[in-house]
Design a protein around this ligand. Sequence first.
Ligand code: FES
Ligand SMILES: [Fe+2]
Length: 451
Amino acid sequence: MSDFSQLVDDRPAEGIFRVHPDVYSDPQVFEFEQRYVFERTWMFLGLESQIAHPHDYLLAWIGRLPVLISHGADGVRRAFLNVCRHKGTLLCRLESGNRKFHVCPYHGWAYDSAGRIADVKDQASGAYSAGFAREDHNLVPLGAFASYKGLMFGSVSAEVPPLAEFLGELRFFLDLAMEQGPQGMEFVPGRVGFTYRGNWKAQLDNSSDAYHLTSTHVSFMEVQRRRADLVSGNQEARQFDWKRRFEQQGGAFTFKNGHNAIWLNQSESSKRPIFSRIDEVRERLGPLKAEWMLRLRNLTVFPSMQIADSTSLLIRTFRPVAVDETEMRYYCLAPIGEAPEVRQWRLRQFEDFFNVSGFATPDDTTMYEDMAVGLRARQIDAVQGYYRGMADCVQGADEMARTAGVTPVSSVQGQFDLQAETWGHALYREWSRLMASGAEAERAAGTAGAR
Ligand code: FES
Ligand SMILES: [Fe+2]
């Protein structure tokens, strides 16, 4: 592996954007990106509606660090490292629930729902020193914790911009998901979880990758055709008619701090669960947002949260476990108070495409695992997967962005078969920037291991 600064070859004036295979396959790169990427930026942790009541709690991850988010008796939500101060054991093991106190399974220290030490078991008989009394026994809070439209984010580092600034212009696209319900949004109970044997950036890329649809998901498209022709008996889920995809306009935006969004016009709005309520949406939020909600939209909040809104609405998070192992979590997002029949249909649509047993996910994860095998080849000096659309990509807003009132870093649009890959530039520029600034910060601090 060369220096981090050499791994992303970004020369816009020459029309070049190449990424070195070590970015996806080098264990040393992986170790450093835990510190420089995951521990130095905002990370999505969960929905406020998951911990709506006092003492509700939720577990999450920031890279490899376990996080506990808890709703205190005082109504304040807080986020901590899910690590007991006594010996560093994982404090809480169950993913969510309601607990006034979290009791460590090892030696029984107890913490209240505001993260304060409530009991050091058998403290009176422990002959503790005065030094112990001076220790802070409370859970270690994250460096930063904030919410945007019901989405909770946290950062290990306090040296991050305010959350609204971090999300920047991507907020328009987050609003299109989080404002769908007049009473807010919630996860349909349950989630999908699985691991794949590949790098986390395979998933980071794939959500914006329209180019793979017609080759990776051929069987899905064939099933849609059979359903449309009424050959298939399953008519419960209604996906888009992909035969008509080439008539549609689509595009991609990149934003500051690594985020991106892609969009595609869809004439078959009635196949979306939101369609039944679109008049209410138009009245509440105006025609612009209602119109945008009926477009297919996939967005990525760098580094590991994605929202896909097509015939169902998905939030996906992924967690790097090793350079070639990634844990995925998929949630079905829905308006609070949604009519039961719409909720049921939303779930059928979710299962049909996004579920681990659905038509898309197994195809995609197979590709991620095959990438991990292929990129072991030392003879490959760069991947060429970020070039489509570069010749048509404009700096700043295009006409579509202007109608939305957003100013991306770059915009590109065309017929569906443009299938631009320029969204990747945001991801790898931010990755590169964080890797360089993390290394620089450690060098300045004299921390061992910095490069
Ligand atoms: S490690 Fe938690 S009480 Fe000992
Ligand atoms: Fe896919």
